[in-house]
Design a protein around this ligand. Structure first.
Ligand SMILES: [Fe+2]
Ligand SMILES: [Fe+2]
Length: 194
């Protein structure tokens, strides 16, 4: 936990001085750098036991997606961490969890991986939306996007098959150092892009 020693004097943001704002920005970036990984890992743990009827719970699905990415390429930490966190919004934003998850990873990862997380719901829809009377080919409207094939691969190889209780899934502890490394980087503000 970061110790905050200085506090601003203003009670109305309109009266903030440049020094106030710079001090707050310094504190906030220090908090992000040191605490973000714990916040994210803590939220991921809330998915333990959450299950709508799959053979694995939401945490196991996330771990299994990340395990599959890891076994494909153990050096691609950014993709592994995005795989681990791609469904992190399912509890807080069940209607649009990809947007929630993308907003968490966006400041720390490439535009390609952010887009993959943001769009994975539409791309996963390819496998089952037809059973709900929805257009499962909606992802085709994005064909040609620089991250299209990357997102197809993520769904086909990591996300879609990651509901298997018999698969040897790596534990949370295996991924924690990777999450810490990704979230210890300075955050870059990137406005959302569809
Ligand atoms: Fe998802
Ligand atoms: Fe998923």
């Amino acid at each position: 936990m970061v110790t905050i020693r200085d506090h601003v004097r203003f009670t109305d943001l309109k009266e903030a001085s440049p020094e106030d704002i710079r001090m707050l920005a310094r504190n906030e970036s220090e908090i992000q750098r040191t605490e973000m990984a714990d916040v994210v890992l803590g939220h991921l743990r809330l998915m333990d036991g959450a299950n709508a009827g799959f053979q694995v719970d939401r945490l196991q699905h996330s771990l299994q997606t990340a395990t599959r990415a890891f076994r494909d390429d153990p050096t691609d930490e950014e993709l592994i961490v995005c795989s681990l966190l791609h469904d992190i919004g399912e509890l807080m934003a069940p209607v649009d969890h990809p947007s929630f998850a993308a907003s968490i990873v966006r400041p720390y990862v490439s535009e390609e991986n952010t887009w993959m997380v943001l769009m994975h719901g539409v791309f996963q829809g390819y496998y089952y939306w037809q059973h709900l009377g929805r257009d499962n080919t909606l992802r085709e409207m994005h064909r040609g996007h620089p991250a299209f094939e990357h997102t197809v691969k993520f769904c086909e190889r990591y996300d879609a098959p990651a509901f298997d209780p018999a698969y040897e899934t790596m534990p949370m502890e295996a991924f924690e150092p990777m999450v810490r490394r990704i979230f210890a980087q300075p955050a870059t503000f990137r406005p959302p892009k569809g």
